[in-house]
Design a protein around this ligand. Structure first.
Ligand SMILES: Nc1ncnc2c1ncn2[C@@H]1O[C@H](COP(=O)(O)OP(=O)(O)OP(=O)(O)O)[C@@H](O)[C@H]1O
Ligand SMILES: [Mg+2]
Length: 581
């Protein structure tokens, strides 16, 4: 520019401008590339970390989940992962740039004037001390912050899941208060962080500015005494301003690092948790489904025993019914068979081999479960059924639904199999959910079946529909049935009566009635309910049960009867073909 203006050479201006424009283009182009690469890398890291975390969470034992609120896990997967990632990416990018800048600037400063360079670096011990203090104390604050965020999210998740209860108990104002309290904790935790950061950040900049001031003071004196040229001093001042900017960045990075540390702790706590064991043999092609419990004891807490010396033997195809008062340990027994929890002593055998010798997933593959609360995922009926058999065609799904007596209501829905059931299946009735669960288990077609009957009462017609569906499902499988209905128990090969984690009586229905003990009392009480309109229990009577369905539904039912009988005779068991010769 000096040449252009002083030398009166306007023709040299254009190439200069073009050069500058080109430099700008290169700069912005590189910036674009940096942003793009950074973001791609960032998203990839987040994706990988989330994938690892989720996949690890899925392999953790149920006991681990018992003590962790879903909201907390969600916070870890969503927020904490991002926080960890930010340290990795921003830390690497900004940190490298800042350190490089500092090295170059300091080298330049020493080149220009060693004395001034030393003066400029005088605030360094204070800056380092401040950084050390911040690093040592920030961790606690960030930890509290993460805990508060997790706590708020947990409450939020819990309350949103329980919105029906909140409404029915008219708890909105209280829940508002509870939420606001958690939210306020988070606000406070954030505020503490910000307050300390504001102090730290400002004082660090103050020390930086004082450094510059010191440089000006010493520099001015040197200029006056003629020891320093004005040009060198100007250059030095420009350099000095470049020194404190990356230092500020390093402080910000430190903050990021502390936040990431607290978040990383939570992410790695999950990743370090021990998975369910993976080793073990697989099953032979034809699983017989023999189950034996030998003196099994178990405790959830490690203190009070939940199950005490449980022994029973179910030959292939037999049905064992578990009855007993609530909390007696019935669901716990089946939780041990599926290895949802690991028993403390004794042995559980399937087909003569201890279940711990099998691969845990292979074992679960052999067991169908219709649980006490029939959980459906928020998707279509088709997706929910396909959990039982992922490659099932619509025909197969409908066939299974028909056998489970779920077909009539699926056909009534405007979108049939494509109807969305809502979270946990809220858009369906309990009876409908139960029948879908049965259809799902039917599609899985396992040699061993666990039925944890829901205690929720359904009307007698639905009850009978479910009963029929169950009987089809139970046919030709080894079943453990936790029964609340007399109709389910009465045909069992063996009934085990549980009381406080012990088997107190065992035998068939008639034997136990004759014994006149707890079972006899239970069956007198409402704990074992006999459907009102069905005083004597007989095996499935399909046509009668369908009479409640008007016109068209009756036709469907008749069609179903065809398929049901085929299913039951085992002539056509498409889902079993691969398993049984
Ligand atoms: N995950 C768990 N952690 C700790 N204790 C548990 C857990 N699940 C159940 N328990 C306790 O173990 C005992 C047996 O529970 P279980 O669910 O086996 O009862 P149940 O016989 O199935 O009762 P119900 O008929 O009401 O379903 C109960 O006292 C219960 O409080
Ligand atoms: Mg139970």
């Amino acid at each position: 520019l000096n040449n252009v203006i002083n030398g009166h050479q306007p023709e040299r201006l254009l190439p200069l401008l073009i050069l500058v424009a080109f430099a700008m283009l290169v700069q912005r182009g590189l910036d674009y590339l940096r942003l793009l690469l950074n973001n791609t890398f960032e998203q990839k890291v987040i994706f990988d970390l989330r994938r690892d975390l989720y996949s690890h969470i899925q392999t953790l034992p149920l006991r681990w989940f018992d003590n962790r609120p879903t909201g907390d896990l969600m916070t870890r997967i969503l927020e904490d992962v991002s926080s960890v990632e930010r340290v990795l990416i921003d830390g690497i990018e900004k940190g490298t740039v800042a350190i490089l800048q500092i090295v170059v600037v300091v080298a330049g400063m020493f080149y220009l004037s060693t004395k001034l360079a030393l003066v400029a670096l005088a605030p360094m011990p204070f800056l380092a001390g401040g950084a050390l203090w911040y690093t040592l104390t920030a961790h606690r604050r960030y930890r509290l912050h993460r805990r508060a965020a997790s706590s708020m999210n947990s409450l939020l998740h819990d309350n949103l899941s329980g919105i029906r209860q909140i409404k029915s108990f008219v708890r909105e104002p209280e829940e508002d208060r509870r939420f606001n309290k958690e939210s306020d904790e988070l606000r406070r935790a954030t505020f503490v962080i910000t307050r300390v950061w504001a102090l730290y950040h400002s004082s660090m900049y103050l020390f930086g500015s004082l450094g510059v001031l010191l440089v000006v003071a010493v520099g001015a004196r040197d200029i006056l005494s003629g020891a320093l040229q004005l040009g060198d001093f100007g250059a030095f001042l420009v350099l000095a301003s470049f020194l404190y900017e990356p230092l500020g960045k390093l402080h910000e990075l430190n903050q990021l690092l502390q936040a990431g540390r607290a978040a990383g702790e939570r992410v790695f706590e999950v990743l370090d948790s021990e998975r369910e064991p993976e080793a073990g043999k697989t099953f032979a092609d034809s699983v017989r489904g023999e189950i034996e419990f030998r003196h099994v004891s178990f405790s959830y807490s490690g203190e009070l025993p939940t199950l005490n010396d449980i022994s029973f033997h179910a030959r292939p195809g037999e049905t064992i019914a578990l009855v007993g008062t609530t909390g007696a340990g019935k669901s716990t027994i089946v939780n041990l068979l599926t290895r949802f929890y690991e028993f403390d002593s004794g042995e559980i055998l399937v087909d003569g081999s201890p279940i711990r010798d099998f691969n845990i997933r292979a074992l679960r593959q052999q067991i169908g479960m219709v649980t006490q609360e029939c959980f459906l995922f928020n998707g279509t009926i088709r997706e929910n059924l396909q959990i039982g058999k992922p490659d099932a065609t619509d025909e197969e799904l409908l066939e299974a639904a028909a056998v489970a007596n779920a077909r009539p209501f699926i056909d009534r829905l405007p979108h049939g199999l494509s109807s969305v059931v809502g979270e946990r299946g809220v858009k369906l009735s309990v009876g409908e959910k139960q029948r879908l669960s049965i259809a799902r288990a039917l599609l899985k077609d396992p040699p061993i079946l666990i039925l944890d009957e829901a205690t929720a009462s359904v009307d007698t017609t639905t009850e009978r529909l479910i009963q029929e569906a169950l009987e089809t499902l139970m046919f030709d499988r080894t079943c453990i049935v936790i029964a609340h209905r007399l109709s389910t128990v009465v045909h069992a090969n063996q009934i085990l009566v549980l009381d406080h984690g012990r088997i107190v009586e065992r035998g068939t229905h008639d034997q136990l009635l004759a014994l006149g003990g707890k079972y006899a009392r239970l069956s007198e009480q409402s704990l074992l309910k006999t459907p009102e309109s069905e005083p004597t229990i007989k095996r499935v009577r399909f046509p009668q049960s369908a009479t409640f369905l008007a016109g068209a539904a009756l036709k469907i039912a008749n069609a179903l009867r065809e398929s049901t009988s085929i299913w039951r005779r085992g002539k056509r068991r498409p889902f079993a073909a691969h398993r049984r010769a």
